[in-house]
Design a protein around this ligand. Sequence first.
Ligand code: GLA
Length: 722
Amino acid sequence: MSIRFHEEHKTFYLTGKESSYIFSLNEQGFLTHLHYGKRIAEADLRYLMQGIDFANSPSVEDCQPSLNAIPQEYALYGRGDYRSPSILIKTQSGSRLTEFRYQSYQIVKEKPAIKGMPSLRGGETLIVTLYDKINGLELDLYYTIYEEQSAVARRAVLKNKGTAPVSILKISSFSIDFARNDFDLISLPGEWAGEREIERQPLRRGIFEASSLRGHTSHQYNPFFALCDKSANEDLGECYGFNLAYSGSFTMKAESVSHGFTRVNGGINEVDFAWKLDVGEEFESPEAILVYSEKGLNKLSQNFHDLYREYFINPNFVFKKRPVLLNNWESTYFDFTEKTLCDLIEKAKDTGIDTFVLDDGWFGKRNDDWAGLGDWTVNTDKLKGGLKTVIEKCKECGMKFGLWFEPEMVNENSDLHRAHPDWHIASPDLESCRGRHQWTLDFANPEVVEYIKGVMSDCLEQNEISYVKWDMNRPMTEFYSKALPSDRQEETAHRYILGVYELAEYLTKKFPRVFFEGCAGGGGRFDPAMLYYFPQIWTSDNSDATARTYIQYGTSLCYPLSSMSGHVSICPNHQTGRVTPIQSRMDIASFCATGYELNLHALQKEDFDKISEHIRFYNGIHELILRGDLYRLRSPFEGNYFSQMVVSKDKKKALFVMMKMMAKANDCYPFIKLKGLDGNTEYEIAGMGTFRGDVLMNVGLRFPKNLLDFETRCFVLNAVEK
Ligand code: GLA
């Protein structure tokens, strides 16, 4: 790994494991992007800029090429570059022009954290300082790279060193111009109960945008997309992944318009965003993570997974065995008593389930979703002995106890709202929209965050709680905070998410042994910033095994298996009405942080009896889920089979799964070629025999042709010791 500035070439060389990121200063002091891709030796690449003519756009200095014709590192607005700008500032005079030119650089060994926002740890960081002498603004561009990773983390910090406040209208976390536009673009759109579907399309002229205006990252678009060679597949081709470590309204754009270039930029969504930066203040953007693979999409995913496991996800938990839990939501919904819960816990005894999680409905007057949010004291109508009785029951049955919260919300019918009618996000002119009959608390108001810190801390201090499920069930509307003056209203959405991070930081630090799982109506806030606090996230409210193959497959493009939680649920499935074999539900949930979410009493005896077997099996493979390399074998988006495997780093153990989607009369025998094994090693598969790695990878395994709808095969491969 190295970051070097070559004085003579005026070029920065950022060299990671398999990638190089190279840019230089041109004579005017603008940063010019030269290469991002396969690792190369340091070379003078400024020849790429020679012969660029004046182009059909105005230029900063007459007879010089226009900024529109030069690949930029961070793009100015209003100075001849007509593509998406990286930064837009409004000064008191009404001007929106800045001209940031190179000032200095420094290389730091210790990566500076972002104040109040999660970011990657470790690595070596280059900080390039640009200066806008018109307004006295300093802009620091951060680039972090890692010896063992092919990743560049980027962000920007703006400092007002001038004499008057300015308004930031847009500040990208990163921008990069590729001198080519022959890409395919792969994004992860979706919806509630159908998150992160893989969508691949040619990059066309115009702007592709993945974004959210919902105040959270959303089910509709994940803050991720990839550009890849048109011929790229899972195993071949250059691929570039982009991901934002931000949980609020975001935008990521890929723009292909001029001169065969592609510009990618992203950060906080500029719609309804403005930030007043007073003299002496600074503003830090969230971090963006750029990952490269020269060996297709599967390697791109592995690179993201390794990076996030090593440097992003809470290190206290990332490689620790996850709780195997029983959640009562799909079993009882709001309709439970102490007895219902204790019976459920009793039934789970000796199955191997180690944590019981009490979901929504335990607090306030929460008997349905019309009331109670905000009142985080126990509902003693339902739980006469408080949480204590349930916790005692868990202990008696050898289990730990977990609890659901939705800290960011309030119902109109709640004591909290009656005491503080101005604590939710609401405009002065309109009645607030309700979502699931609830309002969003104003986390832009520090008083609200302090209050929630207090009530949640009390609950966690007073009860033996080992796990918290942190939910968030509606997008924001009426972006207005009564705690902010009129000239800071466009700061509301960003301040809200800073408030969420503040609470998460406080609770995870104060209760370092409590395991936090994220959730937002299923997987509506699945991003690296959330994973920083919550090592796993409820991937989707859709617990149907077949639907989960799509959701988990799409999610795996960027996020590791251990970050997804997945539960075995009852059939017919509550979201899709589909009936799938219990074994299939277990097999698909095994490729996650696993658990159960069903009424155990409603299971047939033979299905119930399989639980212990499943958990024993899972306990034997959980290290693979935590640390292994994922290989996607068959995409459910592309055919009748879903298949993937995960292989230990030393290639001595692997876990395989496949599902047939629809049975077909007179079907052919499916062959699936395995990946990631050691070609010279013999692997034993219980019940099937012993096979050499090269046979498994090049000939493949043959499966029965008459598998039924949604039937799976799942097995472990163990290297035979010589
Ligand atoms: C959301 C979550 C579910 C459950 C309910 C409770 O929908 O995604 O898992 O916790 O809320 O209201």
